[in-house]
Design a binder for this molecule. Sequence first.
Ligand SMILES: Cc1cc2nc3c(=O)[nH]c(=O)nc-3n(C[C@H](O)[C@H](O)[C@H](O)COP(=O)(O)OP(=O)(O)OC[C@H]3O[C@@H](n4cnc5c(N)ncnc54)[C@H](O)[C@@H]3O)c2cc1C
Length: 464
Amino acid sequence: MTTRHYDVVVLGTGPAGEGAAMNAAKAGKRVAVIEASPRVGGSCTHLGTIPSKALRHAVKEIIAFNTNPMFRDIGEPRWFSFPKVLDRANRVIDKQVLGRTEYYARNRIDVYFGRGRFKDANTIEVNTYEKGPEELVAEKVVIATGSRPYRPANIDFTNPRIYCSDSILTLSHTPRSLIIYGAGVIGCEYASIFCGLGVRVELINPGKKLLSFLDDEITDALSYHLRDGGILIRHNETYESIDASEREVVVNMASGKKLRADALLFCNGRSGNTESLGLENVGIETNSRGQLAVSDTYQTTVENVYAAGDVIGWPSLASAAYDQGRSVAANMLGLEGGHYISEVPTGIYTIPEISSVGKTEAELTAEKVPYEVGRAFFKNTARAQITGEAVGMLKILFHRETLEILGIHCFGDQASEIVHIGQAIMKQPGELNTLKYFLNTTFNYPTMAEAYRVAALNGINRVF
Ligand SMILES: Cc1cc2nc3c(=O)[nH]c(=O)nc-3n(C[C@H](O)[C@H](O)[C@H](O)COP(=O)(O)OP(=O)(O)OC[C@H]3O[C@@H](n4cnc5c(N)ncnc54)[C@H](O)[C@@H]3O)c2cc1C
């Protein structure tokens, strides 16, 4: 076995690991990354964010072709199979892997493919796929091993009709009907994707409303539009057992119902990838979901070991994981820019798309903040009329005395882009973060950004 020495060793090449490795390498440190999969990118690139967003984009294009009357001049509506749209996602994955592989090479970061395991707090053993066992000794170690779908022991995931959000990407046909158990972000996004492919979808929500962390008006709109698209949503339902035969899958609900479909997608929770890390050799403990506790500098209970990304739990988003990784490197190496990521926008790629930043109406009401609401409906904006993407709304919540912007909530086409205009203004210091920006600034026309001006005027009229 060869022993190699580094300043920093990072476990995992998802966004958290990549952010940490790149920032440390830019600071002139000798960096190695270890990746258990045969390609870099993390589950973000191979199983999560990228494939699901690429699938969703392809489905949106199919919907546009099938529903826009203009295309009837060139052909009748057509339905594409799941494997066909998956092809497109795989092409995006390949491009991402190529780009990310180059980043590591360009920054002189050594990449070891194999599963890393702590021997002690400074030593990681990895049985590499190419060269066999190696031992990496480092001053600092970053755990960025991500998460995987939670798979309850009483569900047989080896059955070809039962999938989790990882294995759904191996589906080699298009089922006629699909039960999605778990109505979190992943469940709702896949409900939109399969519904868009013409699959009969039932979405089972153990909670009482969809995505309850969102503003109520947005949650209501999402429920309406998912149902309008044909999805059957069942709230407050839990499963008791799941049976799968050659013909179908049957979900036996605690309420006594028996739900039948061609396939089941179970996506109810995730667990941190920590079980094979040898954490017992360094004295780091995990919670019951396999996640690690960290300080506000992302340090674990062991001084030289840091952690970032899904493995530390909230918010479990690629967007935050990358920034967390960069902050880890800054904190542990004494560089500028290290901070704890506490404010994260929400981007939910359902159809329609949802995005928000800041407080919800319910939060502001509970905090007794005197706020007011300004709204703009996409159907009234010229740009949405031109693109035919008329479903949607932008809502600005602002302080009725200072006009400070307190929350932006948006649903509809490009919502996750649109929200960043509001986010940028919210981040401005002093009096610059108020509604006045949208009242006094000339925007391109026609754009979706116009919705900010319309919402600001709508809101200010409620105040004066
Ligand atoms: C279906 C789905 C859709 C999503 N959509 C979005 C979205 O639209 N926007 C968004 O911001 N987030 C989204 N997410 C969440 C996002 O994918 C994760 O938050 C992100 O991947 C976390 O990054 P990470 O670096 O912590 O871990 P990961 O991306 O999970 O990478 C961790 C890596 O560590 C490796 N690893 C594990 N154990 C070891 C070991 N012992 N040694 C070496 N390597 C190891 C794994 O192989 C993996 O490659 C989605 C997730 C899913 C599942």
